[in-house]
Design a binder for this molecule. Structure first.
Ligand SMILES: Cc1ncc(COP(=O)(O)O)c(C=O)c1O
Length: 410
């Protein structure tokens, strides 16, 4: 006998971890729209609109700005696997766990990976990266803008020109930071950038927007091999080494996302609708209001946590505005507090990885979920839960301090 299951009807939650965070209801509504065939003229129009919208999101004029189907690491993998040749030197300045992920993916592309380390909770000085570039002479520098694992944001404006001066490409993983803080692809001379939907873009995980310029395009085109079954009769392979992955082959994806519309995978229809709506909402809000909203929530949350007697994690000058790390106070079990917040208040906050596991919680204030109401609810729930777990939290002072920050801004 087969078992019977209930329909999916998840409990209401407020997702205030490092992601995924709550999706904007408008995005969920877009996802429920009827499917279209992938070459339906209305659908290909949506594809073109997506390209135009993400050019705005990435602040770029790059023609090649489109979606990779899969979670954020699909975007990372597509860019790295299409650019890196076995034996290429790749430099990864590692801020935290997601820098380690870049190393891991680059190694699978059989790159010769050099790393630069910094203590978790800090970022690199430009001079440190410059010294490492001079020492290793990489073909590619791969960096995370906001490493969610440590809540730190690496300043990027000087890194692009530095890479150009040393004839290296610069790839940036902006999954956790995109639209929560500034990222100027063209102005900062970033050659390739990838992202994900499930953080500040306020969509579900499952699509990775990417953008790359002509410097990257040139390398990818040199490796173009079109698969049997769709290649034209007189199509010659490019002289370069075939890209190892079929699914993440940017050369073939460029054919699919251009006027040629050469069939590759079946585009993830509902996820494309979601990505379209995520970007449309960002563009409608505008950069100034959006960055100010994230910065204000960060200030209010930090003021509230401080007033509760808690200590913030990491270099506060370089803290991401959309994720906050806070030390778990002495005598309290981090996971027990998280479980109680979830069970009693329906609020999820994040645990952490590696050397920070059991030492800090991470609280996300991202996109749709980045609001005064959520900041205050989270502080109130944490305050009550800490008291219930034997910690001398300050009755309501966290909420009061955060409220004051909002009031001062009003
Ligand atoms: C900075 C960063 N990069 C990459 C990833 C990997 O994303 P995904 O789990 O969607 O593949 C994450 C996920 O949290 C992230 O925060």
């Amino acid at each position: 006998m087969y078992e019977r299951y209930d329909e999916i009807n998840p409990p209401p939650r407020l997702l205030m971890g490092p992601g995924p965070v709550d999706a904007d209801p408008r995005v969920l509504r877009a996802m429920s729209m009827p499917l279209l065939g992938q070459f339906d003229p209305r659908f290909t129009e949506y594809m073109n609109e997506v390209m135009a919208l993400y050019r705005q999101v990435f602040q770029t004029h790059n023609r090649w700005t489109f979606l990779i189907d899969g979670t954020a690491r699909a975007g990372i993998e597509a860019l790295l696997t299409s650019v890196i040749l076995p034996g290429d030197k790749v430099l990864v300045p590692v801020l935290g766990r997601f820098g380690q992920l870049l190393c891991e993916i680059a190694r699978r592309c059989r790159a010769d990976v050099a790393t630069l380390e910094t203590e978790w909770g800090t970022v690199f000085e430009t001079a440190q990266i410059e010294a490492a570039i001079k020492q290793h002479r990489p073909k590619l520098v791969a960096l995370v803008q906001g490493d969610t694992s440590t809540t730190m944001a690496q300043p990027l404006a000087e890194i692009g020109p530095l890479c150009r001066a040393h004839d290296a490409l610069l790839y940036v993983d902006a999954t956790a930071s995109i639209t929560g803080m500034d990222l100027q692809t063209d102005h900062w001379q970033l050659d390739a950038v990838s992202a994900g939907l499930q953080k500040c873009l306020s969509g579900p995980p499952g699509i990775a927007p990417v953008t790359f310029n002509e410097r990257v395009e040139r390398l990818v085109r040199e490796r173009k091999h079109v698969e049997e079954g769709i290649r034209g009769a007189h199509q010659d392979d490019a002289p370069g080494e075939i890209i190892q992955s079929n699914y993440f082959d940017l050369a073939m994806l460029m054919d699919y996302w251009s006027e040629r519309r050469l069939n590759h995978h079946t585009e993830a229809t509902s996820m494309l609708y979601a990505a379209h709506e995520c970007a449309r909402i960002v563009v409608a809000e505008g950069w100034e209001r959006r960055f100010a909203r994230h910065a204000l929530a960060s200030r209010a949350l930090c003021a509230g946590l401080g007033a509760m007697g808690l200590s913030l994690f990491g270099d506060q000058v370089h803290k991401m505005p959309n994720v906050t790390g806070v030390y778990i106070p002495e005598g309290v079990t981090g996971d027990a507090v998280r479980a109680a917040m979830l069970n009693n208040f329906g609020i999820e906050i994040g645990t952490s990885f590696g050397p920070l596991h059991g030492r800090i919680w991470r609280i996300g204030t991202m996109g749709y979920g980045c609001s005064k109401r959520n900041v205050l609810s989270c502080l109130a729930a944490l305050d009550a839960t800490l008291r219930q777990h034997g910690h001398q939290a300050a009755w309501g002072e966290g909420v009061d301090a955060a409220t004051e920050v909002y009031a001062a801004e009003a």
